[in-house]
Ligand binder design. Structure first.
Ligand SMILES: Nc1ncnc2c1ncn2[C@@H]1O[C@H](COP(=O)(O)OP(=O)(O)OP(=O)(O)O)[C@@H](O)[C@H]1O
Ligand SMILES: O=C(O)[C@H](O)COP(=O)(O)O
Ligand SMILES: [Mg+2]
Length: 395
């Protein structure tokens, strides 16, 4: 990829519209539990403001649906967080292209930063709406994509906005270019055994990548909520666990195709409520009683997965093994993280929550690369091209 980067454009006195991925995890009190995605965008942010540019940051947070304005999807906490990291005030607009955004864009001075409210509070973002994109494009002289975690999306801010900025510079940020370089190098020629570990909650998003992973990996381990869709496909009982029934047929095909390569949990740690102090029990996979839901892989599975990981030379991990935010359902995730730390494999961790888990559990320094992209790093593993990057100016 030889794309023009943010350092290649003169930004002094100009307004830069930068797409970042500030989709950070928030706790119930709206505190950011892992600010990595904000910190990783700092080089591009500083490159603009240190050279006297005016910077507008736009991002999504979570997947709000018809609940525009809901505080749990607001980007407001990221303004305070970035302000602290930069040691300067960061303005926040309570809308994206509305009156508040327009007024604050107009008031921006050289070296200042403004964050717009969640792009997904506007329907136009997911739809790639031209009018919405045009309103954002009109704010700036230069477009920059530094949102690696969202590079596999074709949302308005990723594609329609730069398209609407015809004739203006459209460049890539430092984070996007670094991540693409790292991931493409690592998967071009993986050292074997090559082990992929998939978990988390975005079952329908991530189940499709398994097919490709089975083609390039030596083992594919499945944990997290995804495991229950597979348990259902094997005719098991999953109680109240999170499942995606319309993916059961696909899961059956993957089980048939994967054979020994596909490793499913052999036991499940389940609870009678989605909370730390629920009644708990460990059962065999596919034997979750009614009234209980699977919240983590069980101890036998954790051991099995850890052994497989320890002998790997390349590990790609996306999605926690259980609800790691809620101990003791962090044990499966911890066991896998420990095994990665103990192995000498090149390890790539993708995913907002997976990165938070590895950080929270204290293993972040012991992995080769913690990517800021979950779905985006999986899309790279699938060999997908990113339209949002392809359309940027060549160097
Ligand atoms: N068994 C389970 N039941 C319900 N939720 C689960 C289960 N296992 C894991 N999770 C939840 O999955 C969430 C993380 O999944 P997710 O797919 O978002 O991973 P990620 O690493 O953030 O990747 P991405 O960046 O693509 O979002 C965590 O909040 C975790 O609590
Ligand atoms: O967390 C992520 O993987 C990115 O922020 C993209 O979020 P999305 O899957 O909701 O598009
Ligand atoms: Mg996530």
């Amino acid at each position: 990829m030889a794309k023009k980067t943010i350092e290649n454009v003169d930004v002094a006195g100009k307004t830069v519209l930068m797409r970042v991925d500030f989709n950070v995890p928030l706790d119930d009190d709206l505190n950011i539990t892992d600010d990595r995605r904000v910190r990783m965008a700092l080089p591009s942010i500083k490159s603009v403001i240190d050279r006297g540019g005016r910077l507008i940051l736009m991002s999504h947070l979570g997947r709000p649906k018809g609940d525009a304005g809901d505080a749990k999807f607001s980007l407001k906490p990221t303004a305070a967080c970035l302000g602290k990291l930069l040691d300067q005030d960061v303005a926040f607009a309570t809308d994206t292209v509305g009156d508040d955004a327009k007024a604050k864009v107009a008031a921006l001075e050289d070296g200042q930063v403004l964050i717009l409210e969640n792009l997904r509070f506007n329907d136009g973002e997911k739809k790639g709406d031209a009018a919405f994109a045009g309103a954002l494009a009109a704010f700036a002289d230069i477009y920059c994509n530094d949102a690696f975690g969202t590079c596999h999306r074709t949302d308005a801010s990723m594609v329609a906005v730069p398209e609407a900025m015809d004739g203006k510079p459209k460049v890539v940020g430092f984070l996007v270019s670094k991540e693409i370089q790292y991931l493409s190098d690592a998967i071009a020629n993986p050292q074997r055994p090559f082990v992929a570990i998939l978990g988390g909650a975005k079952v329908s998003d991530k189940i499709n990548v398994i097919n490709n992973l089975l083609g390039i990996c030596d083992k594919v381990l499945i944990g997290g909520a995804m495991a229950y869709t597979f348990a259902l496909a094997q005719g098991g009982q999953v109680g109240d666990s999170l499942v995606e029934k319309d993916k059961v047929e696909l899961a059956k095909e993957l089980i048939a195709k994967g054979g020994d390569k596909l490793m499913l949990p052999v036991d499940t740690h389940c609870g009678d409520d989605f909370s730390s102090n629920c009644n708990k029990q460990v059962v065999k996979a596919g034997e979750i009683p009614d009234g209980f839901e699977g919240l983590d892989i069980g101890p036998e599975s954790a051991k099995l997965f850890a052994e497989t990981v320890k002998s790997a030379k390349t590990v790609v991990w996306n999605g926690p093994m259980g609800v790691f935010e809620m101990p003791p359902f962090d044990e499966g995730t911890k066991a896998v993280a420990q095994a990665i730390a103990d192995s000498d494999a090149t390890s790539i961790i993708g995913g907002g929550d997976s990165a938070a888990a590895i950080q929270q559990l204290g293993f972040a320094d012991q992995v080769s690369h913690v990517s800021t992209g979950g779905g985006a790093s999986l899309a790279m593993l699938e060999g997908q091209e990113f339209a949002a990057v392809n359309l940027l100016d060549e160097a």
